[in-house]
Every structure is written in structure tokens, then in C-alpha cells.
Design a protein around this ligand. Structure first.
Ligand code: NAD
Length: 490
């Protein structure tokens, strides 16, 4: 821990003078208003750095830079774009330690998970680098009178708006396919975690990305974020964040007919039947809610237990939850670090009272840690019913609600009875039941007898209020590109 804290201090000194500036057209720029805001660590509330507090004028400058850089980037041979994206991946690997340490300090996420998240960022760049050369491939659809062909072209400059949970990995997940498709980018990272977005941008330019192809504008959602979604030169918005923000962005983008891609909230069920491998199911259920501080869109925040195994399973769960190590995120043994900021911490803690008011039992945790920083104890609610707020609302912390069911039909009804539909996890060794259940489960992504394992060629996204559109594989290109049809008379 001490070594990690010292190493981190070395990495952060560079932000001491200027703070986190914008990067527009290859230049470091403060906000045109001269305003900054202070960024604090959730670990102990200490000051990290100032951050440019941008507004519409800064977004306009970045959109202009992205527009000016677009034709040359679009027309660059795909093999060259591919080579630059691979170099960005190399740069991420070379600075993976710096990225991981800074991300932990900025977000409170535990190092054991953030080291992997940094490398996931490199993998995202490599995956889309390799797809860049085929991004424009089309089809030949002949008719009796026409030689019809299709091709795909990049849509233009795009806006990318990212949240504070695993901000580095999520930025790469959006920006890599946009660049591979031939789009230019204006990125507005979350105000609560600006540090690694700035490092990523530097890596990209050092890898040879031409100025203006990728621009970074910091600031608050209601100013910089809003201006980005309203800008006429920005052709599409890729957004990851809360469902209610997605709804606002759709309204804000309406006048300019913005194409939108939304990855939003979730209240994801993990359903355990009595015939499942219960030890594996227990490990996976714990991992999917208590890793990444529970600040994870795909977390399994509702655990649906088959009545015959419910009591024994819950007893083991309580014992395991009480053993989870909460602590400093830079300590390699820490499993749960502090939550991102005070408002979120207060929101998560409010559910301890809400659970009591609604009649549930707090079987583990249910309190903050009595120390500086936004630490909460890993929490388990039992004796819940699905109409309770703890079973309906996205808490986004290390907080799990268990529910019990008697029949498969009842499990399905409970699983689907939420506004969200991002992921679902089903544990059973009955293959027919697995097929029947997953067919009827309302979720964009479902895993059977597995925790969430991301495979980049597969579609990622949610149904209902969990999102619009899909990422991954060719689906990302469908968003960042336009289909074009050309008919040649025979
Ligand atoms: P948020 O919606 O508060 O903020 C996300 C981003 O939107 C930030 O950069 C913010 O500045 C910006 N923003 C806020 N208001 C805006 C506006 N009016 N116009 C434009 N931009 C605006 O989300 P958050 O609290 O940072 O992140 C947590 C949420 O993200 C959770 O709900 C979580 O489930 C969701 N999430 C979803 C996925 C997914 O893949 N579905 C992945 C990660 C996180």
C-alpha cells in the first residue's frame, strides 16, 4: 500500500500546476471562461487537482476542430488507422500502472480490479483496430435492371459522454470503434473522474493520432455535456450513464436530430434454481455485486433464490459478505473501496433506512464505516418483496437484495417486474429450463451458469429503460457509420 501511494504521488505531480486542461485541436486549453472546479479523492476527501469547467464556447471549439479533422481522418487508408489504434493500445499497456493507480484514487475503485480494467482498455483498442480495415465493406445485391451495391461511411464528428464508474475502460469502449470507423470525437468525461481521460488522450496523440481527431472537453453535464448534445456539427452521441440523463439527452438532441446510443442503468436479476451448482452460483453472485464497489451497470443487484435452497444459500452468503475486505483502494488486498462521492454515498446509505421502512431485514452491513472517505459496508437485504424500493431502484453500491420464489413462472415474473432490462444471470443444470427462461427474460444480455464475461464480438446493450442500441463487434460500426446504397443501371 505504501509503495502504491508513493508511486501515485509521483504520477499526480504533473497535475499540480495546471490541473486537468481541455485538449482541443492538439492544444492544451483552459476553459474559455477561465473557470475551474476542484477534484477530490473519495478515499480521504483530499484535493487532487483543478479541472477545466467548460461551457458551450469550449464545446464549439472542440466540435470545430473535430469537423476540420474529419475529412482527412475519414480518408486515411484504413491500414494506417489500424496501425495508430494498435499504437494507442501499446501506449495503454506501457502506462497501465499509472492509469490503474490514478483511476483508483479518482474513483475509489479497488486496484485489483482497476489493473485489469486498464488492460481491458488496450484490448478494446486492439479489437477495433483489427476491424478497421473491414468497416466499410458492403454488399452486392443485384436486381434484373440494377447492379446494387452498399457501402458504409463514417457518420462524422461524434460526441462521447462517459460516467465515473470504470471511466477509463468505458471511454476506450466508445472511442476505439468511433476512430476505427473513421469518425472524429469530442469526449466529455464525467466531472467526478477526469484524470484518466486526460492520460488516455495523451497516449492517443503520442501514438500519432492527428490533432483534432480526438478532443477532450471537461466540465459538468448540464453545461459542457448539454452543449455537446445540442451542437449541430456533432452527428451522434454515444452516452453511458443514468437512465434519466439519457432521457434528457434525447430531448436536448431532438432539434439537431441527433443519433443516440444509450447504455443506461440496470437492476439485474441473478436467478438460482435448486438444481444449480450452488457453490459456483454463490461465488458469481458475490462477484457480480461486490466487485467494482457495486458501481457497475451489469451488477447482479437482485438475487432470486429457489425456495428449497434459499435458507442454506442465504446463510452462506451472509457469512461471505461479512468477510469482504473494505479498505483503501490502493491496497492490493482490498475488495471494496470508497464510493465515488458524497452525494452518491448519501444516496446508497439512504437505502439502509428505506429497507427498514419497507419491511426488509438487513442481514449484513447496512452502515457506513466510521472514518473519512465514502466507505460503506457490503450490505445484504433479505425478507424482501419485489415491490420494495430496494428491489426496484438502481442503488449502484455494494448492496444486494434477495428474494425467494417457489416456481419457475414466479421467478420469471419477479425478474421481469422492473423498468430495467440490461443483464440477467440464470443458474440451472436443466437445459430446457435454461432455454425457456432466457427466451422469456427481458434483458439485452443473459449468462447461464456464468458471471458476466465480456466477449468483444458479441452485442452489448440493454432493453426497456436500460438502453438503446448495441456495442461490440460490427454493432458499434452500425452506430458510428451510415449505410449507403448505390444502384448502377445495367
Ligand atoms: P450520469 O448520467 O449522472 O452522468 C454520466 C455523464 O453524463 C457524465 O459525464 C455527466 O456529466 C453527463 N451528463 C449529465 N447530465 C447531462 C446532460 N443534461 N447532458 C449531457 N450530459 C450530461 O451517470 P453517472 O452517475 O456518472 O453513472 C452511473 C450510471 O451509469 C448508472 O446508472 C449506471 O448503471 C450507468 N452505466 C451504464 C452502463 C451500461 O453499459 N449500461 C455502463 C456504466 C454505467
Amino acid at each position: 500500500l505504501t509503495t502504491n501511494i508513493d508511486t501515485l504521488a509521483g504520477y499526480l505531480t504533473r497535475f499540480a500546476d495546471t490541473g486537468v486542461l481541455n485538449r482541443i485541436g492538439g492544444q492544451d486549453l483552459p476553459a474559455q471562461s477561465g473557470l475551474t472546479f476542484d477534484n477530490h479523492s473519495p478515499v480521504d476527501e483530499t484535493f487532487i487537482c483543478t479541472v477545466a469547467q467548460s461551457g458551450a464556447a469550449d464545446i464549439d471549439a472542440a466540435a470545430q476542430a473535430a469537423k476540420a479533422a474529419f475529412p482527412a481522418w475519414r480518408d486515411m487508408p484504413a491500414a494506417q488507422r489500424k496501425a495508430i489504434l494498435h499504437k494507442i493500445a501499446d501506449g495503454i499497456v506501457a502506462r497501465a500502472e499509472e492509469i490503474a493507480l490514478c483511476e483508483c484514487w479518482d474513483t475509489g475503485q479497488a486496484l485489483r480490479f482497476m489493473s485489469k480494467a486498464a488492460l481491458r482498455g488496450a484490448a478494446n483498442f486492439r479489437f477495433f483496430a483489427d476491424k478497421a480495415t473491414a468497416a466499410r465493406d458492403g454488399q452486392h445485391l443485384p436486381s434484373p435492371t440494377l447492379m446494387n451495391i452498399t457501402t458504409r461511411v463514417p457518420i462524422g464528428p461524434v460526441g462521447v459522454i462517459t460516467p465515473w464508474n470504470t471511466p477509463f475502460m468505458l471511454s476506450t469502449w466508445k472511442i476505439a470503434p468511433a476512430l476505427a470507423a473513421g469518425c472524429t470525437v469530442v469526449h466529455k468525461p464525467a466531472e467526478f473522474s477526469p484524470v484518466t481521460a486526460r492520460i488516455l488522450m495523451e497516449i492517443a496523440e503520442q501514438a500519432g493520432l492527428p490533432p483534432g481527431v480526438w478532443n477532450l472537453v471537461n466540465g459538468f453535464g448540464e453545461d459542457a455535456g448539454r452543449a455537446l448534445t445540442e451542437h449541430p456539427d456533432i452527428k451522434a452521441i454515444a452516452f453511458v450513464g443514468e437512465t434519466k440523463t439519457g432521457s434528457m439527452i434525447m430531448k436536448q438532441g431532438a432539434d439537431t436530430l441527433k443519433r443516440v446510443h444509450f447504455e443506461l442503468g440496470g437492476k439485474n436479476p441473478v436467478v438460482v434454481f435448486d438444481d444449480a451448482d450452488l457453490d459456483r452460483a454463490l461465488d458469481a453472485a458475490i462477484f457480480m455485486i461486490y466487485s467494482l464497489n457495486g458501481e457497475r451497470c451489469t451488477s447482479s443487484s437482485r438475487l432470486l433464490l429457489h425456495a428449497p435452497i434459499a435458507d442454506a444459500f442465504t446463510a452462506k452468503l451472509i457469512e461471505r459478505v461479512n468477510r469482504i475486505k473494505v479498505g483503501h483502494p490502493l491496497d492490493p488486498t482490498t475488495e471494496v473501496g470508497p464510493l465515488i462521492h458524497k452525494t452518491h454515498f448519501t444516496k446508497v446509505c439512504s437505502y439502509f433506512d428505506i429497507a427498514r421502512q419497507d419491511g426488509a431485514t438487513i442481514a449484513a452491513g447496512g452502515a457506513a464505516l466510521d472514518q473519512p472517505g465514502y466507505y460503506v459496508k457490503p450490505t445484504l437485504f433479505t425478507d424482501a418483496t419485489n415491490d420494495m424500493r430496494i428491489a426496484q431502484q438502481e442503488i449502484f453500491g455494494p448492496v444486494l437484495t434477495t428474494l425467494t420464489f417457489q416456481t419457475e413462472a414466479e421467478a420469471l415474473a419477479i425478474a421481469n417486474d422492473v423498468p430495467y432490462g440490461l443483464t440477467g444471470y440464470v443458474w440451472t443444470n436443466d437445459l430446457t429450463r435454461a432455454l425457456r427462461f432466457t427466451n422469456a427474460l427481458e434483458a439485452g444480455m443473459i449468462w447461464v451458469n456464468s458471471e458476466n464475461v465480456r466477449h468483444l464480438p458479441t452485442p452489448f446493450g440493454g432493453v426497456k429503460t436500460s438502453g438503446i442500441g448495441r456495442d461490440g463487434g460490427d454493432w458499434s460500426f452500425e452506430f458510428y457509420m451510415e449505410q449507403k446504397h448505390i444502384g448502377l443501371a445495367l
